[in-house]
Design a binder for this molecule. Structure first.
Ligand SMILES: C[S@@+](CC[C@H](N)C(=O)[O-])C[C@H]1O[C@@H](n2cnc3c(N)ncnc32)[C@H](O)[C@@H]1O
Length: 371
C-alpha cells in the first residue's frame, strides 16, 4: 500500500492501483510534452500568421483550424482518453476503501474547525447537468450515507491531473493568490477570510499558514467534498470552518469578511452565476475589504485560449471557453465595486513555473476589487 501524500485522509493504493495510476499520469505527461508543443506550431502556422502580433483570433477559428490535423487528433484523443482513465482507475480504488475513509472522517469530526452541512442547498444546474471534467457524478453525487467518495477521489485524481505542477499538497493556487495579494496590497491582516468553491480545501489551507490570526471559512455546494475536506484539514492540523453553501447566495451577514477569494471556480459556473457571485462578494465584504478570484483564464494568449476552448468542447467543461470572453471589469462594477478599485492581473504559478512543460496552461487571471 502507498499513501503518497502527507495526510491521513489520503486514500491508499495497492501496488497494482498505483501502477495503473502512475501509467496514466506518465501518459499524460508524455502527451503534453511531446504533442502539445506541436499543436502550438500548427496554430502559429495556420492561424496566428494571419493576425498581427498580440492579436488573439476567435476561439472557434483556432479550434476548427486544428480539428482535422492528425497531430492534434492524436493529442486530443490521448487527453480525453486518459482523462476518463483517471477516474476509471482511481474510482474503484476509492470505493474499495470507502467504509474506512468514512470512519476516518467521522473520527476527525468535532476536533478542529467545523463542518456545517445543509441538505437544502441546491446544486446549481451548471454543476449538476454535466460530469464536470468527466468526473462521474461531478463534485456533489452522494452514493452512501456520510459519503466522502467525491472528495477522496478528487484528491487522488487531481494529484495525477496536476502532473506535479501544484506541489505535494496541491496547494499552489492558494500560495500563488496570496503571493499576488502581497505584491499588490502588502500585508493586510484580514480578520475573517472566505474561500468560495473550496472543494476539499487544497487552496484554502495556505491561508491558515500565512494568516494564522485570521478566522478561515470555506464553502462549497458539495457535501461529500466538504466532509472529506474538513477531515483532511484536521488531519493536517489546520483550523477551517467548512460550510455547505452556494456562493451565489450565502447565509453570512453583510460585511462579514475582509477577504473573499476563489481558486479555479469561475470557469465552472456560468455567465449568470458569475454575476450573482460577484454581487454576493460585494455584500459580504467589510468596507475596504478585498475580493480576489484567480482562474486559468488567459484571454490574450492564443494558445492557452485554444486549450481552454478545447477543454470546453472535449473535456466536459462547458463554460471554460465562454469565460475567456467575459468583461470582468464590468461584472465588478455591476456588482457594486467602483471601477477605479477593480484590477485585472496575471499571477505566475509558484511551482509550475519551474516545471515549464508539465502543464499547458501557463498562468492565471486574477480579478480583484476593493470595496
Ligand atoms: C475546480 S473546483 C475548485 C478547486 C478548489 N478551489 C481548489 O483550489 O482546490 C470547483 C469547485 O467549485 C464549486 N462550486 C462551483 N459553483 C459553486 C457555487 N455556486 N457555490 C459553491 N461552490 C461552487 C464546485 O462544487 C467545485 O467544488
Amino acid at each position: 500500500m502507498r499513501n503518497n501524500s502527507d495526510h491521513a485522509m489520503f486514500a491508499d493504493a495497492t501496488h497494482d492501483e498505483q501502477s495503473a495510476q502512475s501509467f496514466i499520469k506518465t501518459l499524460r505527461v508524455f502527451s503534453t510534452r511531446n504533442f502539445h508543443g506541436g499543436n502550438e506550431a500548427i496554430l502559429k502556422e495556420k492561424v496566428l500568421s494571419k493576425y498581427a502580433d498580440g492579436e488573439c483570433p476567435p476561439r472557434r477559428e483556432m479550434r476548427i483550424a486544428l480539428e482535422d490535423e492528425p497531430h492534434n487528433r492524436w493529442w486530443s484523443s490521448l487527453m480525453r482518453t486518459t482523462q476518463e482513465m483517471l477516474y476509471d482507475t482511481v474510482g474503484p480504488s476509492i470505493e474499495r476503501q470507502l467504509p474506512n475513509l468514512i470512519e476516518r472522517a467521522k473520527s476527525l469530526r468535532g476536533k478542529l474547525g467545523s463542518l456545517t452541512l445543509d441538505d437544502k442547498v441546491d446544486v446549481p444546474p451548471y454543476l449538476s447537468s454535466v460530469d464536470n471534467h468527466c468526473k462521474p457524478g461531478s463534485y456533489h453525487q452522494e452514493i452512501i450515507d456520510d459519503d466522502v467518495f467525491a472528495g477522496a477521489e478528487f484528491d487522488r485524481t487531481f494529484r495525477l491531473y496536476a502532473m506535479g505542477g501544484l506541489g505535494p499538497n496541491l496547494d499552489d493556487m492558494g500560495f500563488t493568490l496570496i503571493a499576488w495579494l502581497r505584491n499588490h496590497f502588502g500585508e493586510i491582516g484580514p480578520k475573517r477570510i472566505l474561500d468560495m468553491g473550496c472543494t476539499v480545501g487544497h487552496s484554502t489551507l495556505p491561508y491558515c499558514d500565512l494568516y494564522p490570526d485570521s478566522e478561515i471559512h470555506a464553502i462549497d455546494v458539495a457535501a461529500t467534498c466538504l466532509r472529506y475536506g474538513h477531515a483532511r484539514a484536521v488531519a493536517m492540523e489546520k483550523e477551517v470552518h467548512f460550510s455547505q453553501q452556494n456562493a451565489e447566495y450565502t447565509n453570512f451577514e453583510d460585511g462579514s469578511f475582509d477577504l473573499v477569494v476563489s481558486h479555479a471556480v469561475l470557469h465552472e459556473t456560468s455567465h449568470r452565476a458569475i454575476r450573482a457571485i460577484f454581487k454576493e462578494c460585494y455584500r459580504l465584504l467589510s468596507p475596504g475589504g478585498l475580493m480576489i478570484h484567480m482562474d486559468g483564464i488567459t484571454p490574450n494568449k492564443p494558445f492557452d485560449k485554444y486549450y481552454s476552448d478545447w477543454m470546453s468542447v472535449n473535456n466536459n467543461e462547458p463554460y471554460l471557453g465562454t469565460v475567456q470572453d467575459e468583461d470582468f471589469v464590468s461584472i465588478c462594477t455591476q456588482a457594486g465595486f467602483s471601477k477605479e478599485n477593480v484590477s485585472l492581473g496575471e499571477a505566475e504559478p509558484q511551482f509550475i513555473g519551474k516545471a515549464s512543460d508539465d502543464k499547458p496552461v501557463s498562468g492565471y487571471l486574477v480579478v480583484s476589487a476593493q470595496k
